[in-house]
Write a new protein. Structure first.
Length: 438
């Protein structure tokens, strides 16, 4: 959790104060009366502790003769920049998205989608208990950070930390969202929460050493895997039987959102629904079964400034699904856009290349006809194939993506290199068909 906001980042509230209120000589009290909102809310917006909601955007547009979209876009862009700074190294800035997303793709997809404040807001409101939803002041929801988990678990677990105030209160509550994307549910997650919560509180003390109490933490597990979650949510159930009085034993529960059932529809906005479908398709291997629903959701995916989520989802598909099925889905989307609104999906696909290393065509063949099996043993074809894969490796791309894109795994690649060395050492006049297959 970081204290305050970066110096160079101007919040919508500061723009409101510096470019509108000062120009018109309007105080927070005057603006509060004119807009019909509590003065406390105006001051919190100026201080960057409260977001500009659609309702406030309408009121500000009427007050200052602007449009609601002006204020909504200011808030959206600010949220994106905050997310990039809070999650430095997780959300790409200048790094090509395909180069960053193919490493631990489940982890990156979850954090990319849910670090969007508007997306997280809808997800929490749709999935938390209604009594709690009604008590929280959702315009104060803020992304605080990530990476409180153990290093060894980062391939199967992701996390995001948010804070939010209760209504008409300065008390902030932490919403700690843990994404579990593994086939076998882990009963020790309750023990891990104990460690992660301590790290969150340590972080809080480092930033606010004079705080007089600990902020409450609601621990939430968002589980998407192959098998249903079988374990208790209560920490004390991990403690073995003993004569120790129960009042001396830690007691707390985490909230469980088990989305492992492939027939279960996720509650949330469009990006969360797409991410849920794609991760489920990876575990249940039913990607083709969701083509229709997925294409409908992708068709309505809003185009907003910042991250290109069309590209994010396509690259995730390429990293986790069979190449032929991804191409089939792309062609469905392409026809959809040709019939409806034009070809911006084609533009996204054209960008979907690994810095020129993968020149796969929409019709379905990669340069060099890498179909998982070599069509011949000729030295030239082997050399070209090896060159492409070596380039991918040098770009930092892992074998999971290379295998998905080319159909060639690491073991096969090593055999190919040996084969090439053997062929390169044979005089050109020899009959190539006489060479035995490996």
């Amino acid at each position: 959790m970081k204290k305050g906001t970066p110096k160079k980042l101007l919040s919508p509230g500061k723009i409101l104060q510096n470019q509108f209120m000062k120009t018109d000589a309007i105080s927070a009290e005057m603006l509060s009366t004119s807009m019909g909102v509590p003065v406390r809310h105006i001051r919190e917006i100026i201080a960057g502790r409260r977001a500009i909601s659609p309702d406030i955007a309408v009121r500000l547009s009427q007050q200052f003769n602007t449009t609601p979209d002006y204020w909504i876009n200011l808030q959206r862009q600010y949220d994106i920049e905050i997310a990039k700074q809070k999650l430095a190294g997780i959300i790409p800035d200048d790094v090509p998205i395909e180069k960053f997303l193919i490493h631990n793709p489940h982890d990156k997809l979850c954090r990319l989608v849910f670090s969007d404040r508007a997306e997280a807001l809808v997800f929490f409101q749709s999935n938390l208990p209604k009594k709690l939803v009604d008590r929280l002041d959702w315009d104060t929801l803020m992304l605080e950070g990530s990476q409180y988990i153990d290093e060894a678990l980062k391939s199967t677990t992701s996390d995001l930390l948010f804070s939010i105030c209760f209504k008409e209160s300065d008390v902030r509550c932490f919403l700690y969202l843990l994404f579990e994307h593994q086939s076998t549910p882990d009963k020790w997650i309750r023990f891990r929460f104990l460690k992660y919560n301590s790290r969150i509180w340590d972080d809080s003390f480092n930033n606010f050493p004079k705080q007089l109490s600990l902020n409450p933490i609601l621990n939430i597990v968002l589980y998407i895997g192959k098998n249903k979650w079988p374990h208790s949510n209560e920490f004390s159930d991990l403690i073995g039987e003993s004569p120790l009085d129960p009042r001396f034993i830690h007691r707390f529960e985490h909230l469980l959102l088990d989305l492992s059932d492939k027939n279960l529809k996720v509650k949330g906005a469009i990006k969360a629904q797409i991410a849920h479908l794609l991760i489920q398709a990876h575990f249940h291997q039913h990607f083709k079964d969701i083509f229709r629903l997925l294409s409908e959701l992708m068709e309505h995916l809003p185009q907003t400034p910042g991250i290109d989520y069309y590209q994010v989802f396509l690259i995730y598909m390429a990293a986790t699904q069979k190449r032929d099925e991804v191409i089939e889905f792309v062609n469905i989307m392409k026809k959809q856009h040709d019939n409806n609104s034009g070809g911006f999906m084609l533009t996204a696909i054209e960008e979907w290349k690994l810095e020129g290393k993968l020149e796969g065509k929409l019709e379905g063949k990669l340069e060099g006809k890498l179909e998982g099996k070599l069509e011949g043993k000729q030295e030239g074809k082997l050399e070209g194939t090896i060159s492409i894969i070596e380039s991918l490796k040098q770009s930092g791309i892992d074998w999971q993506f290379i295998s998905t894109a080319t159909g060639i795994n690491q073991q096969t690649f090593e055999k190919m290199k040996i084969e090439y060395q053997h062929l390169a050492s044979i005089p050109a006049t020899m009959n190539m068909s006489a060479i035995p297959a490996s």
